[in-house]
Design a protein around this ligand. Structure first.
Ligand code: AP5
Ligand code: MG
Length: 257
């Protein structure tokens, strides 16, 4: 039986850390926005896709299986996802909060996350304020354009786009100079398959979050800077309204804006 482990601060040490889950179809900009928000909020960006891709490089039986499933755009079994995620979430940097990019992707995963959070008195008292679900809405045409132009760094996974976010030197990562590559699952047929899976498995989570969390609906067609600004403003509003406060994050935001 899997469970998600949270390292939490002592009760009177700081307010409840915020957990932001970023939802949206492939290419919606989940990774792009999570990375911007992580810098602003100074909380870790946990991309399940990146963690799984890292494990998929392995030549072990699990690595080969993972590669196959991900290349076809299929969801990876929960046992594997939860193993990888629980390991990362038990690291000390998660005590101030975290951004989950790509998890949950099914109602079952959403329930597992809540069950993990509700074990803590921090969340049991006000899950609605401290669990924020962010939904990036984009049209299918936009998705296809974004994913066909996407390039990622083979070493650090930094994301680029041939038109909207080109690297300084063609084909090389700005941060470490490594070669930029095309993700195996960004081929058009696989993108369409991923979209179908998103509609069937993940989209139903949105109505679930209307009851269980603060759901932020964001127009993902705007420039990435405008989207980030809209999200930050909305999160500030939620934090102000929160009974617990989350002063650390609030002051970090104010310092950075
Ligand atoms: P994952 O890596 O999470 O893929 P995804 O959900 O399909 O999303 P993408 O990473 O493709 O898109 P994104 O929304 O992050 O967009 P990005 O910011 O890069 O998952 C991959 C696979 O792992 C899954 O298919 C599955 O196999 C497995 N998996 C993952 N989680 C799982 C789970 N919980 N359970 C089971 N299996 C799981 O942006 C895209 C492009 O657009 C970039 O080039 C970017 O520069 C550009 N861009 C972004 N924003 C803008 C903007 N506002 N304007 C213009 N361009 C923009
Ligand atoms: Mg991504």
């Amino acid at each position: 039986m899997h469970r998600l482990v949270f390292r939490l601060p002592e009760m009177d040490e700081q307010p409840a850390p915020i957990v932001i889950v970023v939802l949206g179809p492939p290419g919606a900009g989940k990774g792009t926005q999570s990375s911007l928000l992580a810098n602003l909020l100074r909380i870790p960006h946990i991309s399940i896709g990146n963690l799984l891709r890292w494990h998929a490089r392995d030549e072990s039986e699990v690595g080969v299986r993972l590669r196959g499933m991900m290349a076809l755009g299929q969801l990876v079994p929960d046992t594997l996802v939860l193993d990888v995620l629980a390991t990362r979430m038990s690291e000390p940097d998660c005590t101030r909060g975290l951004i989950l990019d790509g998890f949950p992707r099914t109602l079952k995963q959403a329930e597992l996350l809540e069950r993990g959070l509700l074990k803590s008195p921090f969340y049991a008292n006000n899950l609605g304020e401290n669990l924020v679900a962010l939904h990036l809405r984009v049209q299918q045409d936009t998705i296809v354009g974004r994913l066909s132009g996407r390039r990622i760094c083979s070493r650090c996974s930094a994301t680029y786009h041939l038109e909207s976010q080109p690297p300084r030197v063609t084909g090389e990562c700005d941060f470490d100079g490594s070669a930029l590559t095309i993700r195996e699952d960004d081929r058009k047929a696989t993108v369409l398959k991923r979209l179908q899976i998103y509609e069937r498995e993940t989209a139903p989570i949105l109505s679930h979050y209307v009851d269980k969390a603060s759901l932020l609906e964001v127009d993902g067609e705007q420039s990435k800077e405008n989207i980030a600004q809209e999200i930050v403003t909305a999160i500030q509003g939620i934090l102000r309204a929160s009974i617990a406060g989350a002063k650390n994050i609030q002051s970090t935001l104010e310092d950075n804006l």
